[in-house]
Design a protein around this ligand. Sequence first.
Ligand SMILES: Nc1ncnc2c1ncn2[C@@H]1O[C@H](COP(=O)(O)OP(=O)(O)OP(=O)(O)O)[C@@H](O)[C@H]1O
Ligand SMILES: [Mg+2]
Length: 286
Amino acid sequence: MIDSQIPVIQDKEHDKEKELEMLKGLKTVGEITAPNPRMTCRNVNVYYSGVQAIFGVSLDIAGNEVIAMIGPSGCGKSTFLRCLNRMNDTIEGCRVEGEITLDSENIYGSKIDVVPLRAQVGIVFQKPNPFPKSIYENVAYGPKIHGLTQNKAELDEIVERSLIKAGLWGEVKDRMDKPGTGLSGGQQQRLCIARTIAVSPEVILMDEPCSALDPIATAKIEDLIDELREQYSIVIVTHSMQQASRVSQRTAYFHLGYLVEVGPTPQIFTKPRHRLTEDYITGRFG
Ligand SMILES: Nc1ncnc2c1ncn2[C@@H]1O[C@H](COP(=O)(O)OP(=O)(O)OP(=O)(O)O)[C@@H](O)[C@H]1O
Ligand SMILES: [Mg+2]
């Protein structure tokens, strides 16, 4: 069943303005709420120097789920992701409106300190970006600056535990003092995940975490994501629909800054309800 009357868009040179006009007031198809949400987003708008990039997005992030964000390039996936830990604050001219909560607290509230927030809602980027420090120091850095440990033994334990969870311990335990940048791309990405985990986050944001990796390294990260779900909520942006199907329980489809549809991943890929979602997943658009 297709809900929308919006025509199929096949011409890549289509007029964005016209399409935005048609999307005006669009109501997301599917269930935007989740039982016992860890994060809630309501009516989120984002502007870059006054130009709107996200339009009235409302969505819950549930506990222990992987939610995938998909959509054509430039549809606002990264922008929306960055709202969830206030990374957009670091971009000049970027303004976020609406309400976003973590454990019922407004993360844009005046009392919120973004440093601990970004530990609670950690982010892993497309390109692995280990610090120019040893493997040990890469993971120990966060717990140190957040004062999470009393002594070296505790710190050692966090480092080891995080590397085990990130599926990297066996490969690095004998070279902890070697530079993190000397690891392979896939290992570096798992190191970045270990670094994120080390500060006990609740939510892990991942922006195309596998797009710079080969298929074997990608498979390892995907397995890891599935394991991490037991403890964390994961929001993953991906251009790979296969990856979204493999790792996520819910999928959100974005289009020109609108959240068009959200639903259980199998439903989104087999029975999309919105015409735009269908066009995208069948390869007619994007
Ligand atoms: N720093 C910025 N300054 C100005 N405009 C920006 C900035 N970052 C993103 N935009 C604009 O916001 C819109 C959404 O971009 P965003 O990067 O969030 O899309 P995306 O879905 O992540 O795309 P991709 O799949 O290519 O990564 C685009 O129109 C983009 O040009
Ligand atoms: Mg992006």
